[in-house]
Design a protein around this ligand. Structure first.
Ligand code: IMP
Ligand code: MG
Length: 204
C-alpha cells in the first residue's frame, strides 16, 4: 500500500478547532449551549473543541447505529443505542459530529432532536464531505472540506482503530487495511518518535 496521505496535520486541526471554539463562544455569549456529541467518532473533536469555548457549555452524548452498515456507509435508517441524559427542551443545542458524509445520519438525528423542541439547534462538524451529500445539511460550524476519500484519525476509525492518531490521513486502499489492520501502526509510533525528538511536549 502506498504511504497514507496526511490530509490535515495536527497543527492545522488544532488551529481550526480553536477558530470554531472562538466562533461558538462569540455567537452564544451569555448562554450555556449543550454540545450533543455523537459517539464515538466525535469525542476527540469535542475534547479539544469545548476547551476552546470560553462559556459554561454542557455536554451530552448520543450513540446511534445504522442498520446493516459498516463504519463508512449508512443507509439513513438509524437506531438510538444511547440517548441523551438530559432534556434538551428550551436549550441551545449544538450537535458535534466528526464528519458529515451522505448527510443521512445527521438528518435523522436533527429531526429527532428538533421534535424535543430545543430553543435552537445547530451543527458543528469537523469534516464535510460535500461531494457525497444525499440530503442537504446546514452546517453552521464547519472545520474542513473533506475530499471524497476514506479518512482515519482524530476520532475517525477503520474497524475501531486509529481514532487516537492526532492527525487525519486518507486511506485509499481500504482492502489492504482490512487485510492487515496494523498497516498504519507505524504512524502512531512515528508520532511518538517525533515528539521525543523535538521534546516539544511534557510527558505525563
Ligand atoms: P452519513 O450518514 O453518510 O453522513 O455518515 C456519517 C458517518 O459515517 C460518520 O459519522 C462516520 O461515522 C462515518 N464516515 C463517513 N465517512 C467516513 C470516513 O471517511 N472515515 C471514517 N468514518 C466515516
Ligand atoms: Mg460517526
Amino acid at each position: 500500500m502506498p504511504a497514507p496521505a496526511v490530509l490535515f496535520s495536527e497543527e492545522q486541526i488544532q488551529s481550526r478547532v480553536a477558530d470554531l471554539g472562538r466562533a461558538i463562544a462569540h455567537d452564544y455569549a451569555g448562554r450555556s449551549p449543550v454540545l450533543v456529541t455523537m459517539l464515538k467518532g466525535a469525542v476527540v473533536f469535542l475534547a479539544d473543541l469545548f476547551r476552546a469555548i470560553d462559556l459554561p457549555v454542557r455536554v451530552d452524548f448520543m450513540s446511534i447505529s445504522s442498520y446493516g452498515s459498516d463504519s463508512e456507509a449508512s443507509g439513513g435508517v438509524v437506531r438510538i443505542l444511547k440517548d441523551l441524559d438530559q432534556d434538551i427542551g428550551r436549550e441551545d443545542v449544538i450537535v458535534v459530529e466528526d464528519i458529515i458524509d451522505t448527510g443521512l445520519t445527521i438528518s435523522y438525528l436533527l429531526a429527532t432532536l428538533r421534535a424535543r423542541q430545543p430553543a435552537s439547534l445547530e451543527v458543528c462538524a469537523l469534516l464535510d464531505k460535500t461531494v457525497r451529500r444525499i440530503l442537504p445539511v446546514e452546517i453552521k460550524y464547519r472545520g474542513f472540506e473533506c475530499p471524497d476519500r476514506f479518512v482515519v484519525g482524530y476520532g475517525l476509525d477503520h474497524g475501531e482503530r486509529y481514532r487516537n492518531l492526532p492527525l487525519i490521513v486518507a486511506v485509499d486502499d481500504q482492502t489492504a487495511l482490512t487485510d492487515d489492520p496494523d498497516l498504519l501502526a507505524p504512524l502512531l509510533a512515528a508520532r511518538d518518535a517525533e515528539v521525543e525528538k523535538t521534546g516539544g511536549r511534557t510527558p505525563s
